[in-house]
Write a protein that binds this ligand. Structure first.
Ligand code: PGA
Length: 258
């Protein structure tokens, strides 16, 4: 992948459609005339139609934060991959730790990934440990999360998979710090190796691995350069256009240099 991928996970924000529309307009303005960077805006499901660009906008895509794996039926409260595809979404985040805490097991994550890809979108699969132990046992968990999440996807479709490495201790307002770029780099290599056991090495080399967890305009460049991240998954800061602007600018410069 040549362009850096910047995923903006708005989570359950902002509170109204009016604010979501305004935020969407601001983000769209930041992308204008940008090359070599792909920004994916992931608003809450009800706001997706409000921010969806009228025409395909180069460098900007819209994604969902989760998707149910059965297309339609008697499943109160669920919105399926097919539905998000029909709205124009190109990506879906799957297996975010906040969804896993809500009860999404590895099995459910695998079904969701399969449904996203079957619906012709890309799956951004989140993996990451709750506790980083010094012995490196957490790597077993990451390997398992990667391999099980892609277990239902046909090999030729694994090109539609993106992995976001997000250690739980680095995510959200209770996070005490971001990971450091060197450790991210080692974990990203480990993730590619785990992926390769299913996909083969040729595809694993091309697998985009993003970093997520307390990303800000101050640490983004370190993850993209020293950590060699293929992109970033951004939570809280995705609601702050000034910081998003700086991060997109950095990502674009790096895309240019490739
Ligand atoms: P954060 O969230 O950037 O607010 O830490 C990241 C995420 O949960 O995806």
């Amino acid at each position: 992948m040549n362009s850096k991928l910047i995923v903006l996970n708005w989570k359950t924000n902002p509170i109204s459609g009016v604010e979501a529309t305004k935020l969407g307009v601001k983000i769209k303005d930041l992308i204008k005339n940008k090359k070599n960077v792909e920004v994916v805006m992931c608003p809450p499901a009800p706001f997706i139609p409000l921010v969806m660009p009228k025409r395909k906008n180069k460098g900007l895509a819209v994604g969902a934060q989760d998707a149910f794996f059965v297309g339609s039926g008697s499943y109160t409260g669920r919105a399926s991959s097919e539905m998000f595809k029909s709205l124009g979404c190109e990506y879906v985040i799957v297996g975010h730790s906040e969804k896993r805490q809500d009860g999404d097991t590895d099995e459910v994550v695998a079904k969701k990934v399969e449904s996203v890809i079957r619906s012709n979108m890309k799956a951004i699969i989140c993996v990451g440990e709750e506790i980083r132990d010094k012995e490196g046992k957490y790597l077993n968990l990451i390997r398992h999360q990667v391999i099980s999440a892609i277990s239902l996807v046909k090999k030729s479709y694994l090109k539609d998979v993106i992995i976001a490495y997000e250690p739980l201790w680095a995510i959200g307002k209770d996070a005490y710090k971001a990971d450091d770029p060197e450790s991210f780099f080692h974990n990203a290599v480990f993730i590619k190796k785990a992926f390769a056991t299913v996909s083969g090495s040729e595809m694993a080399v091309k697998l985009p691995v993003l970093y997520g967890g307390s990303v800000t305009a101050d640490n983004a460049l370190k993850f993209l350069v020293s950590g060699r991240a293929d992109g970033l998954l951004i939570g809280r800061v995705s609601l702050l256009p000034e910081q998003v602007k700086d991060i997109i600018y950095m990502a674009e410069q790096l895309g240019n240099n490739k």
